[in-house]
Design a protein around this ligand. Sequence first.
Ligand code: NIG
Ligand code: FE
Length: 411
Amino acid sequence: MADLLITHIKGLVQVRDHTRSPIAGSDMSHLPVLDDAYLVMEDGLIADYGPMSAMPPVQANRTMMATGRFVFPGFVDSHTHLVFAAPREEEFVMKLKGATYADIAAKGGGILNSAKKLQAMSEEELFVRSLPRALEIIRSGTGAVEIKSGYGLTVKDELKMLRVARRLGVETPLTVKTTFLGAHAVPPGHSRDSYVRLVIDEMLPAVAIEKLADYVDVFCEQGFFTPEETVEISEAGKKLGMTPRIHANQLHRSGGVQAGVKAGAISVDHLENIGDEEIECLKGSATMPTTLPGAAFFLNLPMPPARALIGAGLPVAIASDYNPGSSPSGNMPLMLSLACIRMKMTPEEAVNAATLNTAYTLGLLESHGSITRGKHANVFITKPMPSVSYLPYAYGSNLIETVILGGKVVA
Ligand code: NIG
Ligand code: FE
């Protein structure tokens, strides 16, 4: 007996029989949509789908009609910092009055401000503060999420963050992947060198012993960590089973893309400041260029050149970067709108970028990112709407009516 049957779906979006690789270049403009469709979920997985005209008799515990509505696979948000102690709206106001992100960071604000608050908070309290954010992104259509550390900056506080991130994966229906980002900023009392040693010699092994992180990340940026340090930390993480994913080229042309590719990173994220050299470097690599349009928008930075990346035959991914400093939103439909409006991606490209391409970077291609038999039954049903393009077009509207994760209605 099936758990759930959805019938009369106006458009079943991102239907693919097989998904073996990310979607690149001109293929990104192809988004398969099945009109007037049904979808069957069983044991938490997608069991079957097809056109209504060919629907076999199905016994299901629950049947929903989705007349006029679209069904999408849950978004895969491959870059967030959603475990944090407190928001930083006071820095937002400082920025409105003319301060830059770098000015605020240099005065001990920014990441160090978040670290101070997080260090003073118990693990339980940190979980209690972070849980509503996880539930919020579920309501906006996210089914799988990557969560980074990086506001701990001591061994014990980095471990605390990662335990909270892991616990969110246990206590919510989200699929959670975790990333150790000890090299997010140099905390007071350390030189860059002494802190890099702490990250490599103490933090990484402690994280590995508790199996707290799937990935290792470095903020490769002027005033933060150099490309050489990025490669060194990445290599140390790899030896402990963590795949690198790198914060690259957010504020400057810092060599982050080249460092990420050299270290075999699965993804280089941000890319506000890249040119032909970085695009050339990405060609022929397995490294995904991931754009974070919310962060570029919120900090008024140039948008990553998504059209040039796609034009070069590369894949592009879109994630939210949900964090208190540079992107206080984990709303993936809004990220799609920004990608379309500000990076000139088409709605089809944006959906591919935020589902299959992000799933690729999290090793979730087998289980997430599309409507495919055997994948997790993670989908959302929209409100009645005229077309797929309407979702990014009607920016700021909440168009998600029902969220189903693991075959169960959760929102
Ligand atoms: O991805 N750039 C570095 N890290 C975050 C921002 C962190 C913060 O400001 O708290 C980002 O934008
Ligand atoms: Fe980030």
